[in-house]
Design a protein around this ligand. Structure first.
Ligand code: MN
Length: 266
């Protein structure tokens, strides 16, 4: 079992070529890992695989898919989760990238010998009711089918409108409601601890990389609390991003692409 690399929030876009280069360099160097997990918002925007993978598309979708496919060809399992920007990534992109697309909001995966809860993280921002209402609509399969059937020009216009509305809403909202809710984090970890023994949550989305300790209450147990943790992945910039690597020694932060090639054991 080799190392697993976890990243999120690359927000790749043609307008940020340095960040794209850092991502492509990371994918090219990650062959030492047995798996790569991308926990959402690989792309800044995604209005459908047909648009994103088109030759000459403004999106870097094709070059990213090719780089991920080359990584998969070295034997590294590539796993994709949706973010709130690229929730329309579909099977055509997954095929092109030779990746497994996980449509669920959450996955529990054994990393560094422990069952770790993985998610993008926006579902934990329960203080932002307006966002959660919009999310519910955007994740509706009927809405998505209708949207994906629109001409690309119309989808582009709708996406621009959505982004402007979200920027406007974001500037009106206090910072704390854009972060995860502590109650939502505790509730999810509590449930996953009871069901799977999970004490580690890894997510992105908030662009607030950190390691938070959390005490889970265990009713009737001795001791009455269990130490859990929430590891937050950072977003990417021109010089790359803060990732996590999981191997036999557990989970720890690593810079991408500077920290790669990675120490790989076994
Ligand atoms: Mn996000």
């Amino acid at each position: 079992m080799g190392a697993t690399l976890l990243i999120a929030d690359l927000h790749l876009d043609a307008s940020r070529p340095d960040t794209l280069r850092a991502a492509l360099d990371t994918f090219a160097a990650a062959g030492a890992c047995s798996a790569l997990w991308i926990l959402g918002d690989l792309f800044e925007a995604w209005i459908g695989d047909d648009a994103g993978l088109a030759d000459g598309a403004a999106s870097p979708g094709r070059s990213v898919a090719n780089a991920l496919a080359r990584l998969a060809d070295t034997g590294t399992a590539v796993h994709l989760m949706h973010g709130n920007r690229d929730f329309l990534l579909g099977e055509a992109f997954a095929r092109a990238a030779k990746a497994t697309l996980h449509r669920e909001d959450e996955r529990i995966v054994t990393l560094g010998g422990e069952p770790v809860l993985l998610m993008h993280g926006d579902t934990l921002c329960t203080g932002d009711a307006e966002y959660q209402r919009m999310r519910h609509q955007l994740r509706d399969p009927d809405w998505q089918a209708h949207f994906l059937a629109l001409p690309i020009e119309e989808r582009l216009a709708a996406a621009r409108q959505l982004r402007a509305a979200s920027r406007d809403a974001g500037s009106r909202k206090p910072l704390d409601i854009m972060d995860v809710s502590a109650a939502a984090v505790s509730a999810r970890l509590q449930a996953c601890h009871e069901a799977h023994g999970t004490t580690t949550l890894v997510h992105g989305h908030t662009h607030r990389p950190a390691a938070h300790g959390i005490a889970l209450a265990c009713e009737g147990a001795e001791p009455a609390t269990v130490a859990a943790r929430r590891l937050v992945l950072g977003d990417w910039h021109a010089d790359g991003g803060e990732a996590l690597i999981a191997d036999a020694e557990g989970l720890r932060p690593v810079r991408c692409p500077a920290g790669i090639p990675l120490p790989c054991r076994g």
